[in-house]
Design a protein around this ligand. Structure first.
Ligand SMILES: *[C@@H]1O[C@H](CO)[C@@H](O)[C@H](O)[C@H]1NC(C)=O
Ligand SMILES: *[C@@H]1O[C@H](CO)[C@@H](O)[C@H](O)[C@H]1NC(C)=O
Ligand SMILES: *[C@@H]1O[C@H](CO)[C@@H](O)[C@H](O)[C@H]1NC(C)=O
Ligand SMILES: *[C@@H]1O[C@H](CO)[C@@H](O)[C@H](O)[C@H]1NC(C)=O
Length: 485
C-alpha cells in the first residue's frame, strides 16, 4: 500500500468518526422481553398453566437443554431490579408482555387473579415513575392450556376469548399504557407451530393448520383493535398495532426466476400478515392466493388450503394498526425452488423458494443492510406506515465482552437511522432484543440474546452488564452511533 493510500484511508476514518450518525430528536430507544421468557413464577400466586408450561413439563426432550421457564430470569420476583437495569441503560421505553394465564388462570373471564393484575400494575407504575414508557404486548405466545385444549388457534371461537382477555387488559392497565401490541409474530405462532412443529403446542399440520391459525390470528388482532377503538380509545388515547416479524429476502441472482422467488418470499412470508392489515385493498396478497389455490388443486384438494377471508372480514381487518411493530433478525439469499407436486404439502412448497447464506458474508448473522431494505420495502408496499422496530438482536454463547453483538447493534441501528433520515421512512423507534439473557423457547438457555448476562446457575439469577449494554447506553445518552467504539 502506498503512503498516499494510507493517508486517504486515515483521513476518511477520522472524518467518519467525527461525523458519527446522529439520531433524530423524535426517535426512541427501548428494550424488550416476553413474559414466558423472563418471569418464571410459573405457578406462583394463582397463575394458570399455559402451553409452554405444558410442553416443557411433558416433553423436555423437545427443548434443546431439557429446560423449562419455571424460574427463567425470576422476573416475577426481580422485576424491580429489572427496572433498575433499564434505568442504567437509559431506555426510553420498555416492551414487555402480559401473561394471559397469570391474570386469567382458566383463560376465561370467570376467574381474574388479583395477584397477577397487581404484578403488572407494579411494573407499569414503577416504569412511569422512572420516566420509562411501557409498550405492552398483549399476547406473546403463552396461550392458556384450557384454550389450547379446545383447539387453540384452529378454533375460530378463540377470537371471542381473546377479545375478553384484551378487555380485562385494557380495563386494568389502559389508563397508563399508551402503546399496545396485540400479538407478537403471527408467523412464529402459525408457521413455526403448525407448519414446522417447532413451538408449543407442537401440533403438525403443514400447509393446512398454518393457514387456519393465520386467519384466526388476523381476526383476533382486528377484534382487539376495534374493541380498543370502540370502548377505550377515546378516553385512554393510546396507539394500538401488531408486531410482525420479517426476514429480508435478497434475490440470489438477477435472473427473473430468482427475483420472482424473492418477491414470493416477501409477499407470502410477510405480506401474509401485512397485506390484510396495511394495504389499501386488504386481503391476502394476490400471489399468495393464486399460488396456494393452484398447488392445492394440483395436490387434489377440492379447495384452496388457504382459508379465504370473506368480504366483510377483509373490511374488518383492513386498516387495524396505528403503527406497525417490526421484528427483524435475518437476511437470506433467495432463489427459485421447484418442488415436485408429489412432495408433502407445506408452506415452503407453496412458496417454492430456497433460502441460503452468502459464503462471502463475514458473519451471516450480521448483515445490517437487510434491515434498511426491509424498512424501505414496507414503506413502498404500504404507503410509509409508522414503524417501530420492536425486536432486533444477536445470539451468541453469552460472553461478557460481546464484541460481535456490539458490531451488530452498531450496524443495525445505523441502518435504521439512515432509513429514517436519508430514506424518509416513517420509522420512529428501535427495540433491542433483549435486555437480558432468557429462556429462548425450544432452544432453552443454549443461546443468549441479552445486553445483560444472567447467571442461571445462581438462585439469585445475577444480572451483569455486557459490553453491548454499555454500547447501547452510550448510543441512547449521546444520541449518535459512534464509529470508534
Ligand atoms: C409449583 O411448582 C413447583 C414445581 O415446579 C412445586 O414444587 C410447587 O409445589 C408448586 N406450587 C404450587 C403453589 O402449586
Ligand atoms: C442485480 O442488479 C443490480 C442492479 O443492476 C445490482 O446492483 C446487483 O448487484 C445485482 N445482483 C446480483 C446478485 O448480481
Ligand atoms: C391427483 O389425482 C389424479 C387423478 O386421480 C392423479 O393422476 C394424480 O397423480 C394425483 N396427484 C397427486 C399429486 O397426488
Ligand atoms: C444472593 O443474593 C444475596 C443477597 O444479595 C447474597 O447475600 C447472596 O450471597 C447471593 N448469593 C449468590 C449465590 O450469589
Amino acid at each position: 500500500m502506498t503512503g498516499q493510500h494510507i493517508f486517504i484511508i486515515t483521513a476518511a476514518s477520522i472524518i467518519f468518526n467525527v461525523y458519527a450518525i446522529k439520531v433524530p430528536a423524535d426517535f426512541k430507544f427501548g428494550v424488550a422481553t416476553a413474559a414466558y421468557q423472563v418471569e418464571g413464577g410459573w405457578n406462583a400466586s394463582g397463575k394458570g398453566e399455559n402451553i409452554w408450561d405444558r410442553l416443557t413439563h411433558t416433553h423436555p426432550e423437545l427443548i434443546a437443554d431439557h429446560s423449562t421457564g419455571d424460574i427463567a430470569c425470576d422476573s416475577y420476583h426481580k422485576w424491580k431490579e429489572d427496572i433498575d437495569i433499564l434505568k442504567t441503560v437509559g431506555v426510553e421505553f420498555y416492551r414487555f408482555s402480559i401473561s394471559w394465564s397469570r391474570i386469567m388462570p382458566t383463560g376465561f373471564t370467570n376467574k381474574i387473579n388479583p395477584d397477577g393484575i397487581k404484578y403488572y400494575n407494579d411494573i407499569i407504575d414503577e416504569l412511569l415513575k422512572n420516566n420509562i414508557e411501557p409498550m405492552v404486548t398483549i399476547f406473546h405466545w403463552d396461550l392458556p392450556q384450557p384454550i389450547q385444549d379446545l383447539g387453540g388457534w384452529t378454533n375460530p371461537q378463540i377470537s371471542v376469548y381473546f377479545e375478553d382477555y384484551a378487555r380485562v387488559v385494557f380495563e386494568n392497565f389502559g389508563d397508563r399504557v399508551k402503546k399496545w401490541i396485540t400479538i407478537n409474530e403471527p408467523s412464529s405462532i402459525c408457521e413455526d407451530t403448525y407448519g414446522k412443529g417447532n413451538n408449543a403446542p407442537n401440533i403438525l399440520s403443514p400447509g393446512i393448520g398454518d393457514y387456519l391459525c393465520g386467519k384466526t390470528i388476523l381476526l383476533c388482532h382486528a377484534r382487539t383493535y376495534h374493541l380498543y377503538k370502540n370502548e377505550f380509545g377515546r378516553q385512554q388515547r393510546g396507539k394500538i398495532g401488531i408486531t410482525i416479524d420479517s426476514i429480508w429476502a435478497e434475490p440470489k441472482t438477477n435472473q427473473s426466476a430468482d427475483i420472482s422467488a424473492s418477491v414470493r418470499e416477501m409477499q407470502m412470508g410477510t405480506g401474509w400478515w401485512m397485506h390484510p392489515i396495511l394495504s389499501k385493498e386488504g386481503d391476502y396478497p394476490a400471489i399468495m392466493k393464486s399460488r396456494i389455490n393452484e398447488i392445492s388443486k394440483a395436490e387434489n384438494f377440492s379447495e384452496s388450503r388457504l382459508v379465504p377471508l370473506y368480504k366483510h372480514e377483509i373490511k374488518y381487518i383492513r386498516g387495524t394498526a396505528d403503527f406497525l411493530g417490526l421484528n427483524h433478525y435475518h437476511t437470506w439469499l433467495v432463489s427459485d425452488n421447484k418442488y415436485p407436486i408429489t412432495d408433502p404439502t407445506s408452506f415452503n412448497k407453496d412458496k417454492g423458494t430456497k433460502l441460503e447464506r452468502d459464503p462471502k458474508w463475514k458473519n451471516p448473522l450480521i448483515t445490517p443492510w437487510g434491515i434498511r431494505k426491509l424498512i424501505n420495502w414496507v414503506k413502498d408496499e404500504y404507503d410509509n406506515p409508522l414503524i417501530y422496530i420492536t425486536e432486533n438482536g444477536y445470539q451468541d454463547d453469552g460472553c461478557l465482552d460481546d464484541k460481535d453483538r456490539v458490531l451488530f447493534y452498531k450496524g443495525y441501528i445505523s441502518e435504521v437511522i439512515q432509513a429514517a433520515t436519508t430514506d424518509k421512512c416513517n420509522v420512529k423507534g428501535y427495540t433491542a432484543w433483549s435486555i437480558m439473557d432468557n429462556m429462548e423457547w425450544r432452544s432453552g438457555y443454549t443461546i443468549k440474546f441479552g445486553l445483560y448476562h444472567v447467571d442461571f446457575s445462581s438462585p439469585n439469577r445475577t444480572r451483569t452488564p455486557k459490553s453491548s449494554a454499555k454500547f447501547y447506553q452510550y448510543v441512547i445518552k449521546n444520541r449518535n452511533i459512534p464509529n470508534d467504539k
